[in-house]
Design a binder for this molecule. Sequence first.
Ligand code: DAH
Length: 357
Amino acid sequence: MSLNQSKALVNAKNDSYTPRTMTGLSQLQQQIEQIERDLEARWPQLTDSASLEAFRVEFLGRKGRIPLLFKKMGSVDAELRGQAGQLINALKVRVTEDFETRIAEQQAAARRQQLSTDAVDLSLPGTRRSRGHLHPMTIVQREIEAIFMKMGFDVATGPEIETEYYNFEALNIPADHPARGDWDTFYIDEKRLLRPHTSPVQVRVMETSEPPIRIICPGRCYRRDTQDATHSPVFHQVELLWIEEGLSLAHLKYVLELFTEEFFGEGYEMLFSGDFFPFTEPSVQVHIKAPGAENWMEIMGAGMVDPAVLTGVGYDAEKYTGFAFGLGIERMAMLRYGIDDIRHFLINDLRFIKQFS
Ligand code: DAH
């Protein structure tokens, strides 16, 4: 705009002079009405987020038409300025509310549109969730526990990190005893080791209770054994202990026969042979032969609890006798399912594990 032109504008203004205040307010009203007419035309066109954003910038944005009206209030006479402000403000509130409603409608429409294109196809086959199941070791351990619990045994537990005292001394295996070599295992420090058998739990239970005692103790054990088809450095045992007056080896045999019949069913053979354990006298080994199998499998060490172990926990060994055993759970599972290698239990090959679902 040239200087002459702007002068001309000023003159034109001055020419059509009416009281300045009145002009200011009525001009503002006209502008408001113009905006409202424009709005009427624009609303139906606001169908997507781009047109909505363009609308916002044009009417409500920082330099939009409605905020600009507030700036023009300066030309309105001070007495009428409040009235002008109310008019503009009412317009702004109305337009903002309508605009927000429009945005919500547009978003809902967009969602409906998306739902109709992303709709679930009910005829598609579902995705199958794979269902977990118990590990064969857990199945067999629970079965063994259930059988003995039915016979009246309680389940006890003890620590996997055991002291030399409970693991050896209290079981009649002094430090210089050659039998220690059979169980010397992974030491944590000078006095503690990973237990190589569940037998220390016998002592822990006897120390805190009086006969009659009837417990089993399932648990994990550790040994330096070199791995082969029937040996693993980590394995599981179920310990059993029954202390009462008048128990003999015949009772042990009877309990074992009841148990193997219940666990295996018909056709399995059982064999006792002599053995040695410092904590039993006499000591035996028990072997099982599956139907049709050629070889016997040793499943436990057992025996009558040595009087030295009983007096060690303060029991009267003249009065009480009892028997105990340590049963290998892996071997029971191998016999039950015809598994040929103990290492299968630890490898976690799903092709193996899934056979026991
Ligand atoms: N603790 C022995 C082992 O792991 C097995 C054993 C033998 C347990 C005789 C007993 C028992 O309770 O009386 O080799």
